[in-house]
Write a protein that binds this ligand. Structure first.
Ligand SMILES: *Cc1c(COP(=O)(O)O)cnc(C)c1O
Length: 375
């Protein structure tokens, strides 16, 4: 029986050729490939500047340093996201102010204003699982209270909000190129996009030892640079991004179609959203049993994420007044990420759905209830 992986990286001849081209160029760090990748990333997000870094986490850390984020500052974030979303701000001594999510798994914009205090400086909407957060609402609230907005686009490369590509509608956007993401460099990597000239320059200098030219260091910085081999690979991946995202949407459509008669709740897509399905996340009953059942049939699934961030020890050991977030706390017990990637055969999606169907048929038979199937 063929295994169905949760996700899979694309590697073809073109990718291998790009890596070899960089290898043979004799230039390995922040050279021509990185420059071209930055130009192409800026163009595809519509931002003036794209600045590559060693990961999303480090790129955003540099941004927060450049912004002067400091102890006592508060930043509004959804709890339901990858832990790195709030890691850089914690390093700056700032406080994550957690809010709950809506039915798209993105931050519940209705809750933002009630959490704003005189210390609030910014909001980080996360386009979770590739579904854009409600940016218009976030930006309106941010403008009213003079806050910055950083879009966490780590899972949403190429996603659209009202026809516009995510990343450059907020003041800043940050991308990750980790292997599982929709756009990868087959290693670690990240990118910051912005229209802010001064902050872009500051971040560029911070990533490279605080210098503008080779021998003059204006302040102490870091080495958070990017490599040519990965830049060359990223450029190939970027060319294929739309095709892969279209295919992810086709897989999601197949899942939606097949799952509508089964007792699982498929993900929602809002009218203004063109989601890119980094993950296809359903809400289910008997989640852990279903996951085990699928695993025994060679189907890999995931839980993103089982422990909400406002309950992580890194947070509860450090901050007081941790809020209750009922929706987040409920959802983490029900979510299951089904296999999806840019080249997944639709027949694999069918196999996954067949197995889910069998699981609930069996469950309702053994429990003697009709609760397993909507039919
Ligand atoms: C992967 C991810 C990050 C972190 O990206 P790295 O490049 O691994 O630092 C941040 N936010 C979200 C939502 C992610 O999925």
């Amino acid at each position: 029986m063929q295994k169905i992986p949760l996700s899979k990286c694309f590697v073809n001849h073109e990718v291998e050729e790009a890596a070899l081209r960089a290898l043979r160029s004799g230039q390995y760090i922040l050279g021509k490939e990185c420059q071209a990748f930055e130009t192409e990333l800026a163009a595809c997000t519509g931002a003036k500047h794209a600045i590559l870094g060693s990961s999303w986490t480090m790129s955003v850390y540099l941004l927060h340093l450049a912004q002067g984020l400091k102890p006592g500052d508060e930043v509004i974030v959804p709890s339901h996201t990858a832990f790195p979303t709030m890691e850089p701000l914690i390093h700056c001594g700032a406080k994550p102010v957690f809010i709950d999510i809506d039915d798209t798994f993105c931050l519940d914009v209705e809750q933002i204003e009630s959490r704003i205090t005189p210390r609030t400086v910014g909001i980080i909407p996360v386009h979770l699982y590739g579904h854009p957060a409600d940016l218009d609402r976030v930006l309106t609230i941010a403008a009213k209270h003079k806050l910055w907005v950083l879009e966490d686009c780590a899972q949403a490369q190429g996603a659209k909000y009202n026809g516009k590509t995510v990343g450059s509608m907020g003041h800043f956007g940050a991308f990750s190129f980790f292997p599982s993401k929709n756009l990868t460099v087959l290693g670690d990597g990240g990118c910051l996009v912005t229209n802010d000239d001064a902050l872009a320059e500051k971040v560029r200098m911070l990533r490279n030892h605080g210098r503008r030219d080779k021998y003059h260091h204006e302040f102490a910085g870091f080495n958070i640079r990017f490599n040519e081999i990965q830049g060359a690979i990223g450029r190939v991946m970027l060319k294929h991004l739309d095709r892969f995202n279209d295919h992810r949407r086709a897989v999601a459509a197949r899942y939606n179609e097949r799952l509508k008669d089964i007792a699982v709740t498929p993900p929602e897509e809002r009218p203004w959203a063109r989601a890119v399905y980094h993950m296809y996340v359903v809400r289910v009953q008997s989640r852990d049993e279903l996951q085990k059942f699928l695993k025994e049939r060679g189907i890999e699934t995931g839980i993103h994420y089982p422990v909400p961030n406002h309950q992580q020890p890194a947070v509860t050991n450090k901050f007081s007044d941790i809020p209750r977030l009922p929706k987040t706390e409920q959802v983490v017990k029900e979510i299951l990420s089904l296999p999806i990637h840019g080249e997944m055969p639709l027949s694999d999606a069918d196999r996954v759905c067949d197995a889910i169907e069998r699981f609930y048929a069996k469950e309702s038979a053994t429990s003697g209830e009709a609760g397993g199937s909507k039919r």
